[in-house]
Structure formats: structure tokens, C-alpha cells
Design a protein around this ligand. Structure first.
Ligand code: COA
Length: 375
């Protein structure tokens, strides 16, 4: 819904981990793991009671997904064929959590760009696919470390967490309960990915993004006015992670495949594309926006063919790389952070009056879209 007064995004920031895993490195580790497993179970494989694990291929990964590399917090654990899982030692209660630590850099950059002091922020929303603990909220720890005022809370709408968080913050600003907020998306996807599953081991990477939102009347600075937001959900089991305290029993905790990210990728592809295309079309129509006015699409970065399909649907033609910037090749799927990385890295060139669309989609299913005008 388009509403006055308006909120605006006045700053954005990205924390990118220092460690990179290329497709070639990933495939070498996966194939070494497969060879070990196959050797260990050679008897069962020969007897036909167990299937051999097939090798992965860097060419398949690039052509099926558009991903060329990903950033991770710990590549040693991920690439160790005997481990295939990041080594992120549990922190003591007196140390900053992993997610809060990532958030500091992204939030610091977003605050710096906005020219806002931490004490001027009334709310922190930590919106991400997975949270490293149940409580206290990660957002409250970030509030404490940054020195922001007011309140903070966590929310989770999987890959749509950032856009749903932006709508929540923008609504609070419009309603007058707060004046400024940070929406921060620390995504440690490497810890909920099953690196031993050939069908999905290449999909995710780690990153943290943040945006500062302010009541538009508080700033004359360059900004992206939030003209309208729209969120939608529709239940599906096709992307699911069963990790949760009720599911855990002591003997199942360590090795149940459904305790990590699972997806039926083909169904996701088929079902989510029309959902997203229809959602964006309805949102733009409701806001009275026309496709030929759109200067930029900052889409969720899950899969290049999906993004290309959505871009074509929205614009009615193939978007140029400037119109629809992809960051997937460098970052892989970073869940809720993907569209915000694209926004943070590909918005500085926009001129006053230019219009753009942030859109995320993913597990739930969930779709969130945000219509922005550069002011
Ligand atoms: N290396 C080599 N071959 C592989 C492979 C790998 N790592 N993974 C799968 N394959 C093989 C499969 O075994 C299959 O072989 P077959 O045809 O002989 O059976 C073939 O490649 C195609 O596999 P499939 O899983 O059907 O691939 P796909 O073309 O559907 O692409 C995804 C896979 C995951 C990239 C794609 O389905 C997708 O992007 N889906 C949506 C994902 C998404 O957005 N998820 C949201 C997460 S938040």
C-alpha cells in the first residue's frame, strides 16, 4: 500500500567474509568425500544395497545456477572431505555471537552512509533465515554492541526476511512509533547447508547486509523513498529445514538429513516463478507503476535462470545487466541478503526520480517486494 508519511532507505552496508570457495575447490572436496564414502561402502554398493555417490561437476554448477564462487566464514571445515561442515566453534556467553559480529560491520557501513549515529536508531530488526540461538534475540545483542536506542527483535521469513523486515520497519516509521531503524541480515548459510548433498552443496554462501530506514522528513540527504511494500506467503514443504528444539532427540541430533536445508529444486523453480511474477505485476499495478519506468531490479539471488525469467516477465523484454544486476556469480545464494547486496552495490549511479524494485522470494513460500524512488 502506498502511504504518507513515507520512510526512506538512507544507507546500506555489506559485510563480506574474507574466505572464498571457488566451484573447482568445492567440487574437488565433494568428490574426495564421495570417493571416501564409496570406498567405505564398497561392499554394500557391489551388493546393490547402497547407491554410490556420484561426482559433482563445476560445469554443472555454473550452468544450472550461475554461481562461480561463494564467500564463507570458514572454508577449511567445508573443504575437509572428512568433515564437510564449517568449523565455527561455539562462543562463550561473554563473547559476541557470530551473527552479531558480522552485523557490526554491515550496520557500521549503513550508518556511515546514512550519516546517522547509533543512538539515533530506535529499532533494530535482525531478519535472517537461521538464528544461532533462540534467545536473547540476536537483534538485542546487536543493539547493545552498536549502542542503539529503543528496542530490537529477530524475525525469520527465510529468503524473504529482508523485505519483510523493511516492510515492518517502514510501517513502524509511517505509524509514528519509531523514527529510524536498522534492518540487518546476517546469513551464515554455510552452517545450514548440507555440503555432502550433491544436489545442493553449491547453492549457498555467507554474508551480512544492513539498511538504515528513516522518516523522510528527517533527512534532505540522498535517499531511496519507500513508495510501497507488499508481502505474501503460501505454505509449502518444498524448501524446509527441520532443525528446531522439538525435533531433536539425542541420537538424532548429529546425523539427520532433514536437520539441514532441503529442497525440491525443480518444484521450487516451477512454483515460485509464477508466484513472484504475479506478485510483482499486482504490486506495480496497485501502485500505478509501469514497467518502462523501472530503472533497476534488485532481485533475490537464488538462481540465475530464475532471475533472468523474472526480469524478462517484469520488463517484458530481456533486462540489461545494469537494469538487473546479478551478484550470484560472486556470492552464491545468500538467502535474505542477496537482493540487498545487489541494492547496496548497484544503486549509487541512480539519479533523482529513478525508480527501482527490491524483490525477494523463498521458503514459506514467501515473496516480498519494495518499490523505491531515488530522491
Ligand atoms: N554436479 C553434477 N550433476 C548434478 C549435480 C552436481 N552438483 N547436481 C545434480 N546433478 C545432476 C542430477 O543428478 C540430474 O541428473 P539426471 O538428469 O541424470 O537425473 C541433473 O544434474 C539435473 O538435476 P536437477 O536437480 O534436476 O538440476 P536442475 O537443472 O533442476 O538445477 C537447481 C538444480 C537446484 C540449481 C535448480 O533446481 C534450482 O535452482 N531450483 C530453485 C532453487 C532455489 O531457488 N531455491 C531456493 C533456495 S532458498
Amino acid at each position: 500500500m502506498s502511504q504518507e508519511p513515507r520512510a526512506a532507505i538512507t544507507g546500506s552496508g555489506v559485510f563480506t567474509p574474507s574466505q572464498v570457495v571457488t566451484n573447482d575447490e568445492l567440487v574437488v572436496a565433494f568428490n574426495a568425500y564421495a570417493d571416501r564414502q564409496n570406498a567405505e561402502h564398497a561392499g554394500d554398493i557391489a551388493a546393490g544395497t547402497c547407491e554410490a555417490i556420484a561426482h559433482s561437476s563445476a560445469d554443472f554448477i555454473t550452468s544450472a545456477s550461475g554461481i562461480e564462487q561463494r564467500f564463507v566464514l570458514d572454508k577449511t571445515g567445508v573443504l575437509d572431505p572428512a568433515r564437510m561442515f564449517p568449523s565455527l566453534p561455539a562462543r562463550s556467553d561473554d563473547e559476541p555471537g557470530q551473527m552479531a559480529e558480522m552485523a557490526l560491520k554491515a550496520c557500521g557501513d549503513a550508518l556511515g552512509e546514512a550519516g546517522v549515529e547509533p543512538g539515533q536508531i530506535d529499532a533494530v530488526i535482525c531478519a535472517a533465515s537461521n538464528h544461532e540461538r533462540a534467545y536473547p534475540a540476536i537483534a538485542i545483542e546487536i543493539q547493545e554492541l552498536l549502542g542503539t536506542s529503543g528496542f530490537a527483535f529477530d524475525m525469520n521469513v527465510a529468503c524473504s526476511s529482508a523485505t519483510f523486515g523493511i516492510q515492518a520497519a517502514a510501517d513502524m516509521i509511517r505509524a509514528g512509533s519509531i523514527q529510524r531503524a536498522i534492518v540487518v541480515n546476517p546469513e551464515i548459510c554455510s552452517a545450514h547447508l548440507e555440503w555432502r548433498d550433491r544436489d545442493c552443496h553449491f547453492i549457498f554462501g555467507d554474508v551480512c547486509t544492513a539498511v538504515v530506514l528513516e522518516h523522510e522528513a528527517l533527512t534532505d540527504a540522498p535517499r531511496f523513498t519507500i513508495d510501497s511494500t507488499r508481502c505474501a506467503t503460501q505454505f509449502s514443504n518444498n524448501i524446509r529445514n527441520n532443525d528446531g528444539f522439538l525435533r531433536r532427540t539425542r541420537d538424532q541430533m548429529e546425523d539427520r538429513r532433514d536437520m539441514q536445508f532441503m529442497q525440491n529444486g525443480r518444484k521450487v523453480f516451477r512454483e515460485v516463478l509464477p508466484l513472484v511474477a504475479d506478485h510483482i505485476a499486482a504490486h506495480m499495478a496497485e501502485a500505478g507503476w509501469h514497467a518502462d519506468e523501472l530503472r533497476r531490479l534488485w532481485l533475490h539471488q537464488a538462481n540465475k535462470s530464475m532471475n533472468d525469467f523474472i526480469g524478462r516477465k517484469v520488463l517484458g523484454r530481456v533486462p540489461t545487466p545494469q537494469e538487473q544486476p546479478n551478484i550470484l556469480q560472486d556470492y552464491a545464494n545468500t538467502s535474505s541478503a542477496g537482493s540487498i547486496i545487489a541494492f547496496a552495490q548497484h544503486s549509487a549511479d541512480m539519479a533523482p526520480g529513478d525508480k527501482g524494485l527490491i524483490c525477494s522470494f523463498g521458503a514459506g513460500y514467501s515473496v516480498g517486494s519494495v518499490l523505491l524512488t531515488r530522491m
